[in-house]
Ligand binder design. Sequence first.
Ligand code: HEM
Ligand code: HEM
Length: 188
Amino acid sequence: THGILNAVSWGLLLPMGAIFARYLKTFKSADPAWFYLHVACQLIGYGVGVSGWATGIHLGNLSKGITYSLHRNIGITVFALGTLQSFLKIFALFLRPKKDHKYRVYWNAYHHSVGYTIIILGIVNIFKGMSILNVEQKWKTGYIITISILGGIAVILEAVTWSIVLKRRKEENKSYNGASNGHLPLSM
Ligand code: HEM
Ligand code: HEM
């Protein structure tokens, strides 16, 4: 139960949510759908992730004397960062900073870097957990194939997005004589 809850949340939902935020944003027709998809994935992922994390702490308490320190520490770190990430973002929604506010750049850079840190640490911990549990190779292979598919989708969308952005940039430069700035979807 602990493994499945954690693999689905930290290992699938949060990476999928990041893909929605990064790539759907480019398509003007997908605005604001990308935002709702991102928030839904991350909040469900975070919720399931917390229950998975709690089962981990419970398992740790049941086996007194055995502590998997690295798995435990990474687990506690992703839980803490995930909590910070979700609560701060929801709090910010109420503050409603303007889209072009100068602090928004720093705020987004912060949200992005903490977001990708959570995703990478989560995936590392899933592999650690599978080793502790000594799962059959097929589970590891299955998870590797799944995240490779997600990674492959991300690489393709990255290329598609950049070609759209560069085309848009060219067109905007033509019509406004180089005055475009600030509304490129990939610039944080
Ligand atoms: C654990 C929870 C979360 C994680 C791991 C996470 C992760 C991310 C990541 C990695 C990106 C960057 C995508 C890119 O490269 O463009 C992003 C963007 C974004 N996220 Fe989250 N997120 C979380 C929760 C939330 C919540 C709860 C909200 C809102 C209530 C939110 C709102 C946004 C917005 C508005 C952006 C786009 C910022 C921009 O570039 O304009 N996120 N998130
Ligand atoms: C990001 C995902 C994960 C988090 C946050 C997490 C968190 C934790 C925590 C906090 C502990 C307690 C460690 C201790 O006190 O010794 C733990 C233990 C454990 N976890 Fe995870 N875990 C994750 C993924 C996984 C996965 C995917 C598996 C297996 C497929 C797994 C298997 C285990 C096992 C077997 C234990 C040891 C239980 C014991 O003490 O006997 N974990 N986990």
